[in-house]
Design a protein around this ligand. Structure first.
Ligand code: MG
Length: 339
């Protein structure tokens, strides 16, 4: 089991203690809440004004961010069009600490389970092509470059947010092998590697008698017992190499209870994505109090990111995206159960 202390100890690059001067109140006594946000939440603003909209997050009160938008072209990495060096400077100038980053190997992608919580806007319910013997080498090369780029960015933790397609138990086993190998690359670089879910991970995988299982096949009494893919990942990855950043909203959308996972796999969830159907805490859809309490008590929760995936698509809300983010910050800042 990986404890909170171990997670931080293994994270050697930036602010390994998790504390900065911003954690201390004016009296220098009690630590203040550190509330983070996934920058995807303001993706439209970032495209219009990168430095200005990051500064707006700092002004709202966020202390740290999880990046999105890393990609490689012709062997060179960038974040939303900026070189690692330039993006690091932008972040440093805003005072936001970049604590992690979302990225995935550049395989063909599919919006296979884009249910979007019934909103029709499941734009990040993305899957990438299955991992195979043939593409494993290029996947690991991608991660080596990506880890080096994130060291240059000053980001100590990288997270994959897209599920490789799984059509058989062999596919599932290969995913776990590659995840372990990727985690090992990160460990050697003094960094940490984790996986972020959507809802497709909570579908069952299994083997039907005499043949490989595929999603189109019905599970019948003749099938071998099947397993939820997320559980398969948790059981078949090395806790010292692969951590889980649970997106609690997508777990619920997958009809699974985050609290049950914290109890079943203690210490595996140092990071969480805190998301609702709209502004955090505004819908009654998510029981964030139970999630935070069990996350701290059992899950190993160390750090969380607010995420707004659906708030204010054009025309649907009178609030600007940034106002939705501000109200979500206020919800977390005022919630007694959030540390
Ligand atoms: Mg998420």
């Amino acid at each position: 089991m990986q404890t909170r202390r171990e997670f931080l100890k293994n994270t050697t690059v930036v602010a390994a203690s998790g504390l900065t001067s911003a954690d201390l109140t004016a009296s220098g006594a009690a630590p203040a809440k550190r509330i983070g946000i996934q920058t995807y939440s303001i993706r439209r603003q970032l495209k219009q004004d990168m430095a200005g909209s990051l500064k707006a997050l700092k002004d709202i009160g966020f202390s740290h961010v999880e990046l999105y938008g890393y990609e490689q072209q012709a062997g060179k990495g960038s974040v939303l069009g900026y070189s690692p060096k330039d993006y690091r400077k932008i972040l440093r100038d805003t005072g936001l600490e970049p604590t992690s980053s979302h990225l995935e190997p550049p395989l063909p992608s599919f919006y296979k389970f884009g249910d979007g919580g019934g909103t029709g806007k499941g734009e990040r319910s993305i899957q990438i092509a299955a991992y195979t013997k043939e593409n494993t080498g290029s996947i690991l090369e991608f991660w080596k470059r990506a880890l080096a780029d994130h060291q240059e960015l000053g980001v100590p933790v990288v997270v994959q947010p897209a599920m490789p397609q799984v059509n058989s138990l062999d596919d599932a086993k290969r995913v776990c092998e590659v995840f372990n190998q990727t985690g090992e690359l990160a460990r050697k670089a003094g960094m940490r590697w984790g996986y972020h879910n959507h809802s497709a991970e909570f579908k069952r995988i299994g083997v039907k008698r005499g043949e490989d299982w595929s999603p189109e096949m019905e599970i019948t009494k003749d099938s071998y017992p099947s397993e939820i893919f997320y559980d398969f990942l948790l059981k078949n990855t090395d806790p010292g190499l692969v951590f889980f950043e649970m997106d609690v909203y997508w777990a619920v959308m997958g009809q699974c209870d985050p609290v049950a996972y914290f109890n079943r796999y203690p210490g595996r969830f140092p990071l969480l994505h805190i998301k609702d159907r709209d502004i955090l805490g505004s819908t009654g859809f998510m029981n964030f109090e139970n999630i935070f309490r069990a996350g701290y008590a059992k899950g190993g929760l160390e750090r969380y990111y607010a995420e707004l995936e659906y708030a204010n698509p054009a025309g649907s809300s009178p609030l600007s995206q940034m106002e939705s983010v501000r109200k979500s910050y206020e919800y977390l800042a005022n919630a007694a159960f959030v540390k």
